[in-house]
Design a protein around this ligand. Structure first.
Ligand code: ZN
Length: 245
């Protein structure tokens, strides 16, 4: 990894899992920043399939969006398996996906986004990137406390104090429903980006690709597939509107 990138270029680092949400975030960043890099985290997910989706989505964006291809820079994959071992949840172990007595789904990994953002900020510092872009969302997700904007505001302050930088944590999906996230994809990249999202992104908690449903691949039953399919259904019922942004 080069550390020679200029310190002040208008660049963004996208936390990119290869899912629907982070793909929308990647397109959002490519529209706004001259230089965009991506970072993924291997924290011992049960399914490497999510990490493979990252390569597929990036490759199709380069192939189908020449105006973005020049802006899309390096991809980084950071090994956080040590953290995954501490934070074990249904995503990293064989526990069933269910609600816990804290009122959180068992897919919750304590502090995961805080750790991701700390690693992302350290990487962005070295790469001379100032925006950290993530798909955290309060509206439609599972009540994860580290997805809330208040948490991210505090995190941004802590990172900037602790690293003497001016990072901005951008969360373009924070107030969108899942249906609106489909609309955002259409706004940013038209039907081509919607097709990439359907065919190549991966959201299913169980790591199943299986058949291609109208809304994408997945088991069709887990909470992540439920949310994705429901959002797709609402968006289609409304006539696949683009989102005003
Ligand atoms: Zn699923």
């Amino acid at each position: 990894m080069s550390v020679s990138a200029p310190a002040t270029s208008p660049g963004a680092l996208v936390l990119f899992s290869g899912g629907q949400d982070s793909t929308a975030c990647l397109a959002w960043a490519l529209e706004r920043y001259e230089r965009v890099e991506t970072v993924g985290f291997d924290y011992g997910q049960r399914h490497a399939i999510e990490l493979e989706a990252r390569d597929a989505v990036r490759a199709r964006i380069v192939a189908e969006f020449p105006q973005w291809a020049d802006r899309l820079g390096e991809d980084h994959l950071l090994d956080l398996r040590g953290f995954g071992a501490v934070g074990g949840s249904a995503l990293t172990t064989e526990r069933a996906i269910e609600m816990t007595d804290r009122g959180l789904p068992s897919t919750f990994v304590p502090g995961r986004n805080l750790v991701f953002l700390t690693y992302a900020a350290a990487l962005a510092d070295r790469r001379g990137l100032t925006a950290l872009v993530g798909g955290m969302c309060e509206t439609d997700f599972s009540g994860y406390p580290d997805c809330r904007r208040d948490t991210l505001d505090a995190m941004q302050t802590a990172l900037n104090l602790g690293m003497e930088r001016d990072f901005v944590i951008e969360t373009p999906l924070m107030w969108l429903t899942k249906a609106q996230t489909w609309g955002l994809a259409k706004t940013l990249g038209g039907d081509a980006l919607v097709a990439i999202t359907v065919e190549d992104t991966h959201t299913c908690y169980l790591g199943e690709r299986g058949e291609l449903h109208a809304w994408g691949h997945g088991c069709g039953h887990c909470p992540a597939c439920d949310l994705r399919a429901k959002g797709w259904g609402e968006w289609n019922a409304a006539g696949q509107p683009a989102l005003d942004v």
